[in-house]
Design a protein around this ligand. Structure first.
Ligand code: CO
Ligand code: ZN
Length: 331
């Protein structure tokens, strides 16, 4: 699982620019699904037909996009002004290595630095090593996007840190589920969604066009297992978290029950998750067309929306067993 996660977290893909991730997923799933389709929003929709005509249509959604930065202006000294794409936390973005889609490297800097003060965007700029405005504009254009640079590494025995763990770890999970599913009575619509970080936009159109009977988002969630953080009551290494609710959706109680039961039958640990903030693609699926029952299977993740998002590989394995058991036992 580590190799697959590493392969996916290292692909460039801020919100709205997910095509390289989609290409990688399509390569990994070639021969494993009945059809691939990319829609106008950039979603990659992979359908694997069920063998039972009475089977359900289950949409699983993992978002491909990653939070990032977009160039809004260039200073005459050659520095770039940027603004966030998605939920960038400026407090953890000081003096960070970032990479543009065309390979240009940059250092995100905050000046002046005042002790105890939260940075504001107007004090942040990117140094790309340009001498002046003209040189900077020969390297990047207004509107170009950047992300935290690749840095995927093992942490202890079971854990992995990387930027873009949100949500490439779930892309890896969904790839692994489809690779291992084999013959199944139910139709699985694996959606690798676009533009989640700017408002769950991709999942909305994907759910509209594929008409599933139910939707399950696969995403990271936060953690309550560090010295200063006790909520949500979710711990790394304690298994996949089955979401009860967050600020975007309330999971269907019947689906929560079915997911927890599937985890139990698969013999893996699960946690019940109530997240006081945030939302997932479940929110978009739940409110598409006439609505549908939704749930979210979450991978517990520390330091979400930073350049060092940490997950536990055992939780990913557990989530895979849970989702496989759920898909196989439905109908
Ligand atoms: Co996110
Ligand atoms: Zn996410």
């Amino acid at each position: 699982m580590f190799d697959l996660i590493k392969e996916l977290v290292n692909v460039y893909g801020p919100s709205g620019h997910e095509s390289a991730v989609a290409d990688k997923v399509e390569e990994l799933l070639s021969g494993k699904v009945d059809s691939f389709r990319t829609d106008a929003l950039g979603n990659l929709i992979c359908e694997k037909k069920g063998t039972n005509p009475k089977g359900k249509r289950v949409m699983l959604s993992a978002h491909m996009d990653h939070i990032g930065f977009v160039v809004v202006a260039v200073e005459k000294e050659g520095f770039l002004r940027v603004m966030p794409v998605g939920g960038i936390n400026l407090a953890v973005s000081k003096t960070r290595h970032i990479t543009f889609g065309n390979g240009i490297q940059g250092v995100l800097v905050q000046q002046p630095v005042r002790e105890g003060e939260n940075p504001v965007m107007k004090h942040m700029f990117v140094d790309i090593g340009a001498q002046d405005e003209a040189e900077a504009l020969s390297m990047v254009s207004l509107g170009d996007t950047a992300v935290y640079s690749n840095d995927c590494f093992r942490l202890g025995k079971h854990r992995v840190a990387a930027p873009a763990m949100d949500d490439r770890v779930a892309c890896a999970l969904l790839v692994a589920v489809i690779q291992e599913l084999g013959e199944c009575e139910n139709t699985v619509i694996a959606v690798f969604s676009a533009q989640e970080e700017v408002g769950c936009r991709g999942a909305k159109t994907a759910a509209f066009s594929t008409e599933p009977d139910m939707g399950i988002a696969l995403d990271v969630t936060s953690h309550g297992d560090t010295p200063e953080n006790k909520l949500p009551a979710v711990k790394l290494g304690e298994g996949a978290a089955v979401k009860i609710m967050d600020q975007g959706s309330i999971s269907h109680p019947g689906l929560v029950k079915a997911l927890l039961a599937a985890g139990q039958r698969a013999g893996v640990k699960t946690q019940r998750e109530v997240l006081p903030f945030g939302g997932t693609d479940a929110m978009a699926m739940q409110q598409t067309k006439g609505g549908m029952p939704v749930g979210t299977v979450s991978i517990p993740c520390r330091y979400v929306h930073s350049a060092c998002e940490v997950i536990d590989l055992r939780d990913v394995e557990g989530a895979k067993a849970l989702v496989l058991e759920y898909l196989r036992s439905l109908v």
